[in-house]
Design a protein around this ligand. Sequence first.
Ligand SMILES: Cc1ncc(COP(=O)(O)O)c(C=O)c1O
Length: 468
Amino acid sequence: MAGDESNGTGHGLSVQAPLQPELVEGMAHENPIVTDVGAGNGATDQEPATAAVLAARLRHLSLSAQTIHADDFLNSHQSVAPPMHVSTTFRYNDDPDELRPWANINPNNPYDSHVYSRDTAPNTTRLEAVLTSILHGPSLTYSSGLSAFHALLVFLNPKRVAIGGGYHGCHGVIQVLSKLTGLQTVDLLDPDFDAALQPGDVVHVETPLNPTGEARDLAFYAERAHRRGCYLTVDATFAPPPLLEPFRWGADVIMHSGTKYFGGHSDMLCGVLAVHPKHAGTWIRGLREERLVLGSVMGSFEGWLGVRSLRTLEVRVRKQSADAAALVAWLEASRKEEDAPSSVVSETVAEVRHASLQVTEKGEREEWLKEQMPNGFGPVFAVYMRDADLARRLPSKLALFHHATSLGGVESLVEWRAMTDAGVDRRLLRFSVGLEGFEDLRDDLVQGFEALRAERAAKGAGAAVVAG
Ligand SMILES: Cc1ncc(COP(=O)(O)O)c(C=O)c1O
């Protein structure tokens, strides 16, 4: 693993003024293009048309403007929609004097140059260009969220990982690595978890958490990790931009299952690692070299789908998050109103969990949480039903929520979580809010709760008849 080659860049990031990621030799998406990139995007012949330059020139480049234009500098064709490239290999220069190992400059667009698609390819490079812009650090894509986590641990090669709860698959990756390297885990929920850590170890924080959608205080964990010479890695899958900016709170690496909100349509697997610019030089090069060996790259079609999906990231995520918060507030209020018309909720629902419900002992929203997630608390929440049978039966009563695992798509999903997580409370249902709209989703839940009540009543009547 590389040492910390910090260039002293601070953590003061914001969406409006993204840090200029350090340029990394050999990365198409990190090289400035200095050819004529056209007047349309505001760059001159002399200036690179990267998103950072566009942001500096326009002074304000919104998240959506970034997701729609951050890859413009890789465009060498007149087509407005990105072309789909299927080639796995790319022709070398005809001039023998121009042949350089692993450098294969494309004369049509030097910054979209490739050798072999296990290293880089046009569609995934475009996706990485947009991710680099919106995550505010050079970003690499992987074949899935778990392969990104695997690549991260292989690269940092810590002796210990502090981790607590969260997505069970990440614990599975650690188990596999423990078999190979003796990697140990430390319980993040132990108040003295950092006492056992040594420099170079990893503190891995998932926020908001799978499956409850509750958030963790990143600044707290960053301080504890850095004090011990450890790295803070953040799985921010549940809070893509504009909900959370982990570098601002001290993350060294951001990880995402891009399968969720970056894909957004339940049709592609994707993993993402974004490296804080202070580590970029050595870390991103090392990660890319190891990805070439591990072979865990995305397919070109997924890269193309990813770019298409990111165009609408901001509008999707803002609405999904707002509708989730409205549903959570409605469920929580209805659960407490035993005599109201919506008491069907209180008959069936025992508890609702979501970051929007996280409060101090005085019932006020945590200060750190307001600052960490100013734009919403995420589209996933959990419901504990009054018993496991109600949790198992509710999904089959719903018309708009598909009963399926995963999250982040435009379609709302509900999962009886015991289907895929053996360790979870069997009363737990995880909801992922899509784009159908609050009223329709609320009404679907009401009719679902009513159907459960009717089913119970019928069973009760049946039992009474038999007993009678
Ligand atoms: C928080 C979190 N991290 C990582 C993953 C793994 O992602 P993938 O399924 O893309 O491998 C998931 C998948 O559900 C997840 O919810």
